[in-house]
Design a protein around this ligand. Structure first.
Ligand SMILES: [Zn+2]
Length: 431
């Protein structure tokens, strides 16, 4: 009996029963692990391939969430992408550990449970499995960095500032298609060879974005905050210590361009073409360190990975509808005077998500043939509540209304949107 009780005691304290071994799993082992995870946690996981590498390896994405199979209105989509440079391998390890952590703690860990109930998390552990398979332990060399065609995938996306009509690699095309299949809100792209959080832009054409040696986006305040969220929740990144004699980084963050300019990078593409805020995380000085270093690297990054995921709830979100409560796709949602290179638009569900720091903002929604709506909103800090502020908009046909401002306060609702049906107002309130 005592033996049995001891057995139960140790079993209950046995996270290692779920734990993933700290080592470098090859592509076959990663696939097997992801498939086993979906068998173990079928209700919160969905595994799919977004395409294949040049050598035919699947680019597996594991989706984790309360409803992993499909998007639900109001639930933001988050993603992590690892191992884009095949020889920068720590990201593969920490993203697999993150999968293990999230799936095994759902319903027992309050933070994990709330995150998975309030957002959908997509994890691509390796964007460049061919490069990984050709790499070997080494801290600084570039063997395995490129894909099988010898192309640097982080230079192969359509560039925002300079035409680069090169052939898109299979791995890049797969990610581009993936970005059109979901409305991602927030993302990070994990690398190695430095310890710093880098944010857009990575490139410039010398226009108004160039400010003091940096290429500054209209959402620079949000990007700096996002980068600091990671660096200050990491055990040492915020110190900005240099690697191998290079210069360090104040607060452990940097504007991408001011560090070094690059063309065809993934983070600028995400931000400008997919409306997804993405930063680039360099998480280890050594690109391919010894296995014995891996537990410490996971411990250093774990709190930062979790804190960063919560930021998907920054700002404001909502649905833009017509006066019959039908969602409107491609309505432009403009915040204050932030003139983004490509306007933020509603998706096929009529939804928009806009990451903003707490404050008061003026949001203007426009759609052809409809009256422009401007709303002033006070945005609280959403991550602690696991939800951005919900602000829906109703657009009425241009010839149906004379007022141009719609406010959700009852007085203004009564005075300006008398044409709205009771049904559509009800839809507003239950979002
Ligand atoms: Zn890299």
């Amino acid at each position: 009996m005592i033996v049995f009780v001891l057995y139960l005691f140790f079993w209950s304290w046995l996270p290692s029963a779920h734990s993933l071994e700290f080592r470098y799993h090859n592509s076959v082992e990663v696939e097997q692990y992801l498939k086993n995870t979906t068998k173990m946690y079928p209700s919160i996981t969905y595994l799919h391939s977004i395409g294949q590498s040049v050598e035919g390896r699947e680019l597996w994405v594991l989706v984790i969430g309360q409803n992993p199979n499909q998007h639900r209105t109001g639930i933001p989509e988050f993603k992590y992408v690892g191992n884009m440079h095949g020889n920068e391998v720590v990201s593969r390890v920490v993203l697999l550990q993150l999968i293990d952590y999230l799936t095994s703690r759902y319903l027992s860990d309050p933070l994990v449970t709330r995150m998975l109930n309030s957002s959908r998390v997509h994890i691509l552990p390796s964007m460049n499995p061919d490069g990984f398979e050709s790499s070997a332990p080494d801290c600084i060399n570039t063997v395995g960095r490129y894909n099988k065609n010898g192309v640097d995938l982080n230079r192969n996306f359509p560039d925002v500032f300079q035409a680069n009509n090169v052939q898109r690699e299979k791995e890049v095309k797969a990610v581009m298609d993936w970005l059109t299949s979901e409305t991602f809100v927030l993302s990070a792209n994990l690398h190695g060879g430095a310890v710093v959080a880098s944010y857009p832009y990575d490139n410039s054409n010398g226009g108004a974005e160039m400010q003091g040696g940096q290429s500054v986006s209209p959402d620079n305040d949000v990007f700096i905050y996002l980068a600091k969220t990671y660096s200050y929740n990491h055990t040492s990144m915020y110190k900005g210590d240099p690697c191998y004699g290079s210069s360090g980084f104040v607060d452990g963050i940097t504007n991408g361009y001011s560090w070094y300019a690059l063309q065809g990078g993934m983070q600028d593409y995400n931000y400008v073409w997919a409306q997804c805020f993405e930063i680039t995380l360099e998480i280890s000085c050594c690109k391919f360190p010894a296995v014995s270093d891996l537990p410490g690297l996971w411990d250093a990054n774990k709190p930062a990975l979790l804190a960063y995921m919560k930021q998907v709830h920054l700002g404001v979100k909502g649905v833009v509808m017509d006066s019959n409560a039908n969602p409107i796709q491609n309505a432009v949602v403009q915040v204050n005077s932030r003139s983004n290179l490509n306007s933020f638009k509603t998706d096929r569900n009529g939804e928009y998500y806009r990451l903003l720091l707490p404050g008061t903002y003026s949001i203007t929604v426009t759609f052809p043939g409809h009256k422009t709506v401007t709303q002033t909103v006070s945005v609280p800090y959403g991550p602690d509540k696991f939800s951005a502020l919900t602000q829906n908009f109703i657009l009425v046909k241009s010839d149906n209304i004379t007022n141009s401002v719609l406010d959700n306060s009852p007085a203004l609702l009564a005075s300006t949107v008398t044409a709205l049906t009771a049904f559509s107002i009800q839809r507003l309130l239950v979002f």
